[in-house]
Design a protein around this ligand. Structure first.
Ligand SMILES: [Zn+2]
Ligand SMILES: [Zn+2]
Length: 139
């Protein structure tokens, strides 16, 4: 069982299935809804994903797809193609309580990828001023 939720703790979810197709998506829609250069996703059968806390907001990010997010803190939670919404759903890896549990295996929508997104692991590390926070779980 995978668990996750938004930053403020209002929206919480559970995933019963083993995820498949973990990807890092570089499309412009993911970028604009999140304010991040890319979003990491895994896919599960729709029936194996359920909200256990809060009620997300839904936004039609294109004529073919909608996204759900926390209306209080704005965290992106799911993406679904309308035509496939009752079969499969994509969930943001970074909203998992343990986002290290799933590692992206492919880049997708690479034609939209920001050119500075390649080679980022070559950047120098700057030391953190404070220790890393514990895994977030406020639900
Ligand atoms: Zn929230
Ligand atoms: Zn995308």
């Amino acid at each position: 069982m995978l668990t996750g939720g938004c930053h403020c703790g209002t929206v919480r979810y559970e995933v019963a299935a083993t995820p498949f197709e973990p990807v890092l998506c570089h499309c412009a829609d993911c970028r604009r809804v999140s304010g991040a250069p890319a979003l990491a996703w895994f896919t599960v059968p729709a029936g194996d994903f359920r909200y256990v806390g809060g009620a997300p907001q839904r936004y039609a990010s294109s004529p073919r797809a909608s996204r759900e997010f926390c209306g209080a803190c704005g965290a992106q939670i799911t993406f679904a193609e309308t035509a496939l919404a009752n079969r499969q759903i994509d969930v943001t890896i970074a909203s998992l309580d343990d986002p290290r549990a799933i590692r992206p295996e492919q880049h997708i929508f690479v034609r939209s990828r920001l050119d500075w997104m390649t080679g980022l692991d070559l950047l120098p590390d700057r030391a953190d001023d404070v220790p890393p926070p514990p895994p977030e779980h406020r639900g």
